[in-house]
Design a protein around this ligand. Structure first.
Ligand SMILES: Cc1ncc(COP(=O)(O)O)c(C=O)c1O
Length: 423
């Protein structure tokens, strides 16, 4: 097509402007952004207790020996690099479901669990959130897609659901007086009052950021109470094995809901328990009422995944499959997972002792009562900022510390820093 002189001139002029001119910078993720602020801090005694990644007693990233062994078996097997199916590696998915639900679980035995391999916990949450968003259209209902999540919850939860077009609402979780214990009655009241047909997000174990879980009795009571509603329960299981050191024990809550007949949604992540953070290995599943329903739901999951990222990565799933599918390696992993959980527990005790030694007379029992990777200290935003400025100890502004970032060399220093801002 021939352009006039004026049109050619205008096109040249327009090209001198950037296509992205006028795009404002988005706010940094509060947890990931903390890493950069920490890296820029010149202090020689600085401590990072932000990101939830396990560190060994020397403060270094840790690759579990069982995972190293599994990986070398995978690599030595000279596997090809073909695409995985849209729903991933079928054997990996099968082993993952048995890992979470238990091999004897009735819905598994009856072949009525729809599932897919996904991109770790976050990827699974995103796909499930999209399913929740589509469900009213798929079923011809006028229901608005709504998900209730605990207050507080993992910082990314609300964003994942909102990006998928799901309205996010909150239910009470942490006691607003103690700020370190569960407000069980408030939680139950809010859940029973939730809008019919909504989804309820529950942390399967080791609640992030608080480290506070319902007791086994409270879980049982909640399951019975929620059975009388038509709410869709959605378990986010990012720490199986990390809470108690025993993956079976950590699955008890979600298994009891399934035994009670709840048709749960579940997301599993292998980031923390297998130390496969960057490999993005996870699974999602939905308990269905029949094999026909399972087939239909799986086809809808494929319809969501295919245009989103087509199929999941294969390397990490092969490693997990190697561990879960080999009794010896699995036993080794179980021991190593327990060691990680034990080290975190020991750091909780040392931190509490350190606070007493530093002269604190406050009650810090919540530090040893809470479980999992994080402790919710109860420090205010101002105290967190002061601790950062005065001692270069970095944690998130809600007062959450990653206990996995503590070690024998820094725990007394951190205790003194916490005491200095909280006395
Ligand atoms: C509760 C919870 N869910 C999901 C995730 C997602 O983890 P990933 O996407 O790394 O598996 C995390 C990570 O911190 C988490 O704490």
């Amino acid at each position: 097509m021939l352009l006039s002189r004026t049109a050619r001139h205008l096109t040249r002029r327009a090209r001198t402007l950037s296509a992205w001119a006028g795009v404002p910078a988005a706010p940094a993720d509060p947890i990931v952004g903390l890493n950069q602020t920490f890296a820029d801090d010149p202090s020689t005694t600085k401590v990072l207790l932000g990101v939830g990644a396990y560190r060994d007693d020397a403060g270094k990233p840790y690759v579990l020996p069982s995972i190293r062994e599994a990986e070398s078996r995978v690599v030595n097997g000279n596997p090809n690099h073909e695409y995985a199916a849209i729903t991933g590696d079928a054997e990996f998915v099968k082993l993952s479901l048995e890992f979470a639900y238990g091999p004897d679980s009735a819905p598994l035995q009856e072949g009525r669990v729809a599932a897919a391999q996904v991109l770790s916990g976050t990827g699974g949450l995103r796909v499930c959130a999209q399913l929740i968003e589509r469900l009213p259209r798929l079923t011809g209902s006028s229901q608005k897609p709504v998900c209730y999540m605990p207050e507080p919850t993992w910082g990314n939860h609300a964003k994942v659901f909102q990006d998928a077009g799901v309205e996010v609402r909150r239910y009470r979780y942490l006691d607003s007086n103690t700020k370190t214990t569960l407000d069980y009655e408030g939680m139950k009241e809010d859940l029973l009052g939730a809008e019919a047909g909504s989804t309820i997000l529950l942390h399967a174990c080791a609640h992030n950021p608080t480290g506070v879980d319902p007791s086994p009795d409270q879980w049982r009571d909640l399951s019975a109470a929620l059975k009388k509603t038509d709410l869709q329960l959605f378990f986010d299981c990012a720490y199986q094995g990390f809470a108690s050191g025993d993956a079976e024990a950590d699955a008890v809550a979600l298994r009891s809901f399934v035994e009670d007949g709840h048709q749960i949604l579940l997301c599993q992540s292998y980031a923390k328990n297998f130390g496969l953070y960057g490999e993005r290995v996870g699974a999602l599943s939905a308990v269905c009422s029949s094999t026909e329903e399972k087939a239909a739901l799986e086809s809808q999951l494929k319809a969501i995944i295919r245009p989103m990222y087509s199929s999941p990565p294969i390397h990490g799933a092969r490693i997990v499959k190697e561990v879960l599918g080999d009794a010896t390696l699995r036993a080794q992993w179980t021991g190593e997972c327990k060691e990680m959980a034990n080290r975190i527990q020991e750091m909780r005790s040392l931190l509490r002792e350190g606070l007493a030694e530093a002269g604190s007379t406050k009650d810090w029992s919540h530090i040893t009562d809470q479980i999992g990777m994080f402790a919710y200290t109860g420090l205010s935003k101002e105290q967190v900022q002061k601790m950062r400025d005065e001692s270069a100890v970095y944690c998130t502004l809600d007062g959450r510390i990653s206990v996995a970032g503590l070690n024998r060399d820094n725990v007394a220093y951190v205790a003194a820093a916490i005491h200095a801002v909280s006395k």
